[in-house]
Write a protein that binds this ligand. Structure first.
Ligand code: SF4
Length: 213
């Protein structure tokens, strides 16, 4: 297991390589980012950004979403996959935001994860990108890369979040997520990483150690 200092050195190098890494989901408000992140489960950000153009035009606020017919929402988000469950979550989430939080997206992890369809990943995306509250997002890229870096041996995203939160200072959590996602898409891909082109190859314990991670 690397020390915090070693982990930060690797992260420094990656942040130099990806200085513009940021949230890829197009949004203008906490509400829009919350909805877009729920839709991004098992779906590409590109597809979500296409779908939300129409979705936010037809149902712009929590009021419209909370009172929308499930079939209408399903139709609007169909191409993101798992559309029945997602539609249920969007309507339930809108109702909770409207009736329990006076129409405002709450700014705490505890309140966010109590909303229908909102897990820790979605909550941390919203906290870090809208409220400037550090959030360690663990998606498929962050999970894969942090295991390859030797930052964790865990498989459960909640456990990984906990370990990364201890390894890195809070002020780096949000950008760490963006940077690892960018590196995961560009170079450290699944299932085969492009190690010969990697800007952090000298920091990576995976080389010559365990090729299965
Ligand atoms: S050396 Fe390979 S496995 Fe390690 S971070 Fe770079 S691309 Fe990923």
């Amino acid at each position: 297991m690397p020390t915090s200092r070693e982990a930060e050195r690797l992260l420094d190098r990656l942040e130099q390589r990806y200085p513009d890494a940021k949230c890829a989901l197009v949004h203008d408000s906490a509400w829009q980012l919350l909805i877009a992140t729920i839709l991004s489960a098992q779906c590409t950000d590109k597809r979500v950004n296409q779908v939300t153009v129409t979705l936010f035009r037809e149902l712009p606020t929590a009021v419209e979403m909370a009172t929308a017919c499930q079939a209408v929402v399903e139709n609007l988000i169909h191409s993101t996959g798992f559309y029945r469950n997602k539609a249920k979550h969007l309507i339930g989430c809108a109702q909770a935001v409207l009736y329990q939080h006076a129409g405002e997206v709450p700014a705490s992890l505890k309140e966010l994860i109590a909303l229908p369809g909102v897990g820790r990943k979605t909550a941390n995306v919203v906290l870090g990108n809208v409220f400037d509250i550090p959030g360690m997002v663990v998606d498929t890229h962050v999970k894969r890369l942090s295991r390859r870096f030797g930052w964790t041996k865990k498989s459960d995203p909640v456990q990984i979040e906990k370990e990364l939160s201890l390894l890195l200072p809070p002020q780096r959590w949000t950008q760490c997520g963006h940077t690892l996602i960018e590196h995961g898409r560009a170079c450290c891909k699944a299932p085969t990483p492009n190690c010969s082109q990697c800007p952090v190859v000298e920091f990576c314990p995976r080389i010559g150690v365990d090729k299965s991670r």
